[in-house]
Design a binder for this molecule. Sequence first.
Ligand code: PEP
Ligand code: MG
Length: 907
Amino acid sequence: MAAADQAKRIYHFGGGTADGDETMKALLGGKGANLGAMARMGLPVPPGFTLATPLCLAYGVSKALPHGLMDDVRKAIGKVEALTGKTFGKGPDPLLVSVRSGAAVSMPGMMDTVLNLGMNPEVSAALGALAGERFAKDSERRFIQMFGNVVDGIEGKNFEAALDAVKHDKGVIEDTALDAAALDDVIARYREVYQAETGRSFPDDPWEQLQRSIEAVFASWGNIRAVTYRRINQIPDDLGTAVNVQAMVYGNLGDDCGTGVGFTRNPSNGAKGFYGEFLPNAQGEDVVAGIRTPIPVKAAQAAAVDLAGLSLEERHPQIHGELMAVATKLEDFYGDVQDLEFTFERDTLYLLQTRTAKRTGHAWLMTQTDLVAEGKITPNQAIARIPATSLAQVLAPSLDTSAASSKPLAQGLNAGPGAATGRIAFTADDAEARAALDIPIILVREDTTPEDIHGMHAAQGILTARGGLTSHAAVVARGMGKPCIVGCSALRIDEANETLTIEDSDLVLGPGDTITIDGTTGAVLLGEQAITTSEVLQVLVDRTLPESESPLAAAFNKVMKWSDDARKLEVRTNADTPNDALVARALGAEGIGLCRSEHMFFETDRILAMRRVILSSKKRHREAALAGIEPFQKEDFKGLFRVMRGKPVTIRTLDPPLHEFLPHSEEDIKALARQGRWSVEQVRSRIAALRESNPMLGHRGCRLGILYPEITRMQARAIASAALEVAAEGVDVQAEIMIPLVGHVRELALQRAEVEAELDELFEKAGRRVNIRIGTMIEIPRAALTAGEIATEAQFFSFGTNDLTQMTLGVSRDDAGTFLPDYVGMGIYTMDPFVSLDQSGVGRLMRIAVREGRKERPALKVGICGEHGGDPSSVGFCHTLGLNYVSCSPYRVPIARLAAAQAALAD
Ligand code: PEP
Ligand code: MG
């Protein structure tokens, strides 16, 4: 391992050696660290150097490069000159360099890059004498455009207009048809654009170009695109980017050169074998930009898309052979699927980048289980890497091909699996605006750029007319887990008029029309289509497909088994009905951590009885009405105990404010009055009396059971008699009664006394007992702060982090949408605290509660049942707190199992 010296600012790579290596991502960024590793492995990496990330953070503060840095850069360029035999800024063989960003966490396309730097008329002439005049001029105009855009912020359209004007004058359509003289004209116009936009002439001094480009890349860490990307992907702001300065190699020297990107295995479905694309006669950025549709590397893939004979394998067998050898070497070295960038200059192959490939959930499961089977990694290494949330994609619905009612409108490349239906949006802004109104959206674009990121985030799915599987749209959608189709060339998109037409069809679609995309197959369909359950759910939950017919389900089960072997946290589910419980059990839940018993009250026949309870002023009447609900509750609980046999079932007593059960419509009020023989006025005045300004802080939770103990008693009776009856069937029943919203130990003591009195009475009568534990939710800050006292009355704690977050932050969980997204956007909270635990605030209260609770009662079981129980980073936090279990919604159970294993492995 190379030594990381914090004072060192510049790290070399190339010529078979490097200062850095793959372990130094924090300092050198992913790209710089891996370039170092590749150079050390002896792979053909153009030489260069990396400016370390602390320089970026310092630049963010001072807005200037540190003193003396450019002197060091000059020395570093000297080394590159020595290794390449070229000279920076002059002929006869001039050195051009690329200046690229590269953070520790890859952020594709979010920051800036400048290519062909070191160019001026004199250099261009020298390059022309060596490599052809047309090539030199093309490189020169690309450089002015990129530098102008990245460093001086000149909008690309200014340069494009100049280029179009020359093409028009010369009567040509393609850029490649412009000869050297025409390119001279383009260069002259570009220089005018630069002058007009900046008020300065274009800088021809290569050192000035280099310094300003380095500064621009450091500054791009703070651009809006990059900041948005970090928010969405939960990447901290204080990592900074490194800058990589590297000798240029040229994929655009002619048709026998090219540049491409590839994956050592298919990033969409995980299939074994190299998967890549290249563009002949092009520079690196052309491929990722998705402007020209690239050609497959492998012959078989080319044949499948009618490009037989054109693949890299067929046209350049020697380069192809070397590339395959490099791919294998890199995958073996890293022990994981690599995403690499390469360029070939005639017979010479160069590697420009390697990184761990972003993949779909499907591909994560397949590649990791394959790598284990191939003996390249251990099961624990495999599960440590799979992003836990990627499992959500595997469980997501897909298009029901048997029921698809129309034949596809068009076919594109299947870039991100899963099916999505929505209205068409032609711009990211429109997608975002309408999605905010809960309208499902499919974002339809010619191709996407980093400026579209907010629209992609808001959309259900993404469809583009251009681009390959490595285009921006494909890479970003895959990272977001969204269904995505790219390269759907039959689409004709008129963004200005908001119309979408399809080649060979009269159909004209607009923003009001609904389409469905199947990102698994690449099919685009008209209208809303039937969408079917995921293959994994068909095997595990529906049991309509045997595991032997689904390699995906087999891989899923393996990963779950490895996770279960590694984790310490138990994973339970939040389930209110036997059906939810069945799904959760099939997905591995080890019990119910929260049954919100009030959800059983809302069905028509039950709600009437509940309304009578609330309206009755006499206890006798309330008890009579409750007796009407009790049999229903008992049946529901019996269902849960049967499904969860042998596993704990935690049932929470009534929680929501009473008035939530009351009628609102005139009709319902009248019906209730008739039924209970009240006057309409009596009903109305009771409703008015129960109204609260802050119901979330009002008469809810245990406060109901304390003022109306007969409600708690009825529920305790229903739970205990259900437990007795199911136990009599031979089922092992593990019932737990949980009291909500306790803030003071006396509240819990009162409720516990009611429950115990009821249980004793019932068990006495039955002549049998079952063991029922009594515990409480910790969801009021006071409860957390006095957990030692509360533990004297509680056999278990379960953190209700929804309420605990609300009350700790003083942010209403129901109205958080009003300002919280802005707060997250401004970085006040880095994550929505209702999604991912506020570890330093709410988490601190939890820590106190665990410590003091267990001090009083060492065997105290502690879990969590707020929404955070299914959020991977919150699960990790719960592991470090030493909780016994997390409980989450059924479909998040696999995510929690994997996240719990990852937390245990990280210890
Ligand atoms: C909680 O507050 O976290 C909780 C689980 O209870 P509810 O969401 O029902 O208030
Ligand atoms: Mg709560």
